[in-house]
Design a protein around this ligand. Sequence first.
Ligand code: ZN
Length: 277
Amino acid sequence: MTPPRSYRAEAIVLRRTELGEADRVVTFFTAEYGKLKAVAKGVRKPKSKLAGLVELFTHSTLQIARGRGLDVLSQGEVIHPFLPLKTDLARSSCAFYVAELVSRFTVEHQENVDLFDILLGTMVELCETRKSDLLLRRFEMQLLQCMGYRPNLYHCTACNAQLKPTTNAFSPSGGGVLCPACAGADPAARGISVNSIKVLRLLQDGDWATALRVNIEEHLAGELEHVLRVYVEYLLERRVQSATWMDKVRSEVRKAVPPDLPQPSQGKGRADTAAAH
Ligand SMILES: [Zn+2]
């Protein structure tokens, strides 16, 4: 939907790039118009009143004027600066990942208020959660569903047989799980454990409070992350750049635990470990 000449939007900053001497081009995801880009003029000068509005991940209401080329940010008000997403490296790397997926899965000026709510809810929780890995898995499942890629986790995507509690296979091109008899039909399909399917079903259809109570061991957390990342990258037909950085930050943060502090115990969820810092 094309916005009017001057319009208001509730927005979250996804990314920004420098333009000229003092400007920035900012990509927002808005409740009213989906993804859009606008120029923030003079924002890199000291004392610019727009500076706070174009900080990464900031949630605000904006007033924007439609331009002949790019739209121009005229003023606005910060609703939530989401400071932990800027000051805490681990949380920041997760926020970059969330913002990149929203940006990659969407086109400009296509309203999607459900996706805006998912993005906002994820950023709010990301500021405080101690289970950032599980939160990212929930975000991926919500995003996939919202964009029409809800994975089929109950029936074989080839023969439609009800899945049995055994090792099945996840097929990115099939958009879901294949039973053992059909697994060979897709060479790209990879084994998926009973527990992974259970957690994914809980994230897909259960409530978040129940999901948070599940103790997810490290190898299971790794399997869940891998299954969803392969599916996401298959759909996008590209690697998710921020995922590489997020992985690196996570391994550095773990290494940085001082030896005199209790080390995360074996079998404790990866989410717990990552969020403990
Ligand atoms: Zn089958």
